[in-house]
Each structure stands twice: as C-alpha cells, then as structure tokens.
Design a protein around this ligand. Structure first.
Ligand SMILES: Cc1cc2nc3c(=O)[nH]c(=O)nc-3n(C[C@H](O)[C@H](O)[C@H](O)COP(=O)(O)OP(=O)(O)OC[C@H]3O[C@@H](n4cnc5c(N)ncnc54)[C@H](O)[C@@H]3O)c2cc1C
Length: 306
C-alpha cells in the first residue's frame, strides 16, 4: 500500500495508525500475515472520515474485533484493518445497558452479572469483542448475545449512522444478516434482574464446562463449522475418522473434533487444508455440507479451490 495513504490518514484522523502490522498477534489462532495498515479510529467521527477516504480511494477494509472467529491468510490483508478498540463506552440506566463494540465481551458479561442482570451468564468465557459477538450472534448453552438486545447502533459503508432494532437485524443461529457491511458501534440491552450470587454460580459452572470440553491450552478460533441441522459437526468429523489428524502444525483437536488447534507455528495454509479435508470427507461419508462458522480473510479464490 502506497506511502501517501499512510500520510493522508495521519493528517485526517486522530486515532492510532500502524503500518505493516503482523496480524497473528491479533488473532486467537495466532495465525495471519501482515495488514498494510491497521487503524484504530478514536470515535465515530474519526471512523466516518476514515470510511469516506476508503470509499473515495476504493481501498479494501476489514473490521477486526478480538480476532476469535477469523482465519487470516499467511499473506495477510492488503488493505486497511480497522479495530474499534476505542469504542469502549459503557452506561447503565435501570436495567438498560449500553456498551461499545470494542468492549471485551467477557468483561462486559462480568459487569452485567455484577449489576444483577441476567441473560449473558451462559456466554461466559466466549472470547472476542462485543461487536464481534453481535456480528456472529455468538451463543452458547442455549443463549445468544441477541436474546436481550434492544438495538444496535452502526454506520454503513456510505457513512450513514443507523440504529437497528433487534428484529430489523434478523438474527438467527450465528447470523446477523443486516449487520453485514456495517461498522457496529454500540449496542443497547435490557436485562431481567436476578441475584448476582446465583449468576456467578452459573458462570463458574459454564466456565468449568468449557475447560472440560475445549482444548483451551492451544490457540484456536473455537468451532470451525456451524452445527448442521440435527447433527454436531464435531461428532461427524470424529465418525469420519479425522480426530487428531494433522497437517503441518495444525491438528483436529483430540479433545473436540469440531475445533482445529495450532500446535505452535501452524500456518493458515495448514488450517485451510484441514478445513478442506474435513469438508470433503464429511460430504463423502454423510452427504452433509459443513458450513464454515469461521471467516476466511485475505485468501484469494485460488487458495479456496486448490
Ligand atoms: C476458545 C474459543 C471458544 C469459542 N467459543 C464460542 C462459543 O461458545 N460460541 C460462539 O458463538 N463463538 C465462540 N467462539 C468464536 C468467537 O469467540 C465468537 O465468534 C466471537 O463473537 C468473535 O468475536 P471477535 O470480536 O473476536 O470477532 P472477530 O473474529 O474479530 O470478527 C468476526 C466477524 O465480526 C466482524 N466484526 C467484529 N467486530 C466488528 C464491528 N465492531 N463492526 C462490524 N463487524 C465486526 C468481523 O469483520 C468478522 O466478520 C470461540 C472462540 C474461541 C477462540
């Protein structure tokens, strides 16, 4: 990316702008090459300026949250990675809570539980940001981030601010269709109240379950695939005989076959090849097409069909 873009953005924006940032440090897989530019706008106005510059100059963008649901190519991302780490506002009014997209999801959950708000305790331990959780409609143990959501404030790629109600977003399992191609800025929730001691007991139980079921000692990005209707992806992968299969330094977890782990030094190509192997084997054995839950970033068409 040419030097003048960095200079232009330095003049235009107040927020942090970094060149050639290694993205493996920003993802839970600990995988990913360089981003040409990595920009953290200070506020909505900064973001709006950045967006109009990107539109005018036809530059690719990717909004990165906590990097807990992405596989970034070894070549990285040739464009501008936008990280909303400054969007961490938090306010309470009665049982209504407004939180910024850059908040760490689990910190947000703990704050809600401390205030005696019920609804997010089952999501305890899900890595990433509040913005990423909304985009993915993250969920666990029968609960989803959208359950007690009132509205989401976002900005579209034309620079228009919008407030979308829960029903306008049209959430479903790991989907938030109308948050696609939007910058998610903040979300408003209204929670029922409960005794905080009880909520923290539930939280501890959930965290224990996670530790038991998931290979938490290794870098991963959680479940690779969505649950196909009527099945569990991990079960199908195990039945197909792929549990423990390794390519390079990536392995289908022996603890949970729905998760790929980085044994240390895995490349995005190792993970992608395992993904392709899983999909073709499960399709061949069970006639089921597994849908990716994780997002592939910075790959080109040739990588995906090879
Ligand atoms: C150990 C582990 C366990 C996990 N367990 C679960 C689980 O139980 N349930 C579950 O649902 N997920 C789980 N995940 C996956 C992951 O934690 C969730 O998908 C999480 O919500 C991703 O949030 P993030 O901020 O990391 O998003 P990222 O991975 O950074 O991004 C994901 C998507 O959201 C978009 N995005 C992020 N922030 C914004 C924003 N502000 N505006 C617009 N778009 C944005 C990105 O562009 C991308 O499309 C797990 C992951 C790990 C590593």
């Amino acid at each position: 990316m040419n030097k003048s873009i960095y200079k232009d953005l330095k003049q235009l924006l107040q927020g942090e702008i970094l060149e050639k940032i290694i993205l493996k440090r920003k993802t839970t897989y600990q995988i990913g090459g360089e981003a040409s530019l990595y920009v953290c706008p200070n506020n909505s106005e900064d973001l709006r300026c950045l967006n109009s510059y990107l539109v005018q100059n036809d530059l690719p963008r990717f909004v990165l949250g906590g990097g807990a649901n992405v596989l970034i190519s070894d070549r990285g991302f040739r464009g501008v990675v936008i990280h909303l780490k400054e969007f961490v506002q938090l306010s309470f009014s009665g049982s209504t809570v407004v939180g910024g997209a850059g908040l760490v999801l689990d910190d947000f959950i703990v704050t809600c539980l401390r205030n005696g708000y019920r609804g997010l305790e089952n999501l305890s331990g899900i890595p990433g940001s509040l913005g990423g959780a909304l985009r993915m409609n993250a969920g666990a143990f029968g609960a989803e981030i959208s359950d007690y959501l009132i509205s989401v404030k976002c900005m579209d790629y034309q620079g228009n601010f919008k407030v979308l109600s829960r029903s306008e977003v049209n959430f479903s399992y790991r989907k938030a269709p109308h948050l696609q191609n939007m910058y998610i800025l903040e979300a408003k929730f209204k929670f029922p109240c409960a005794k905080k001691e009880t909520l923290f007991i539930v939280r501890e139980e959930i965290l224990n379950q996670r530790r038991k079921r998931q290979p938490w000692q290794y870098p991963t990005a959680g479940s690779v695939f969505k649950r196909p209707p009527g099945y569990y992806a991990g079960e199908l992968i195990e039945k197909a005989g792929l549990k423990g299969k390794r390519i390079g330094r990536a392995e289908i977890s022996r603890k949970h076959a729905g998760i790929i782990i980085n044994l240390g030094g895995a490349t995005a190509t190792d993970v992608l090849e395992l993904i392709q192997l899983i999909r073709s084997t499960v399709l061949e054995n069970f006639r089921i097409n597994l849908e990716l839950e994780q997002e592939l970033v910075g790959f080109d068409q040739a990588d995906l069909i090879s």
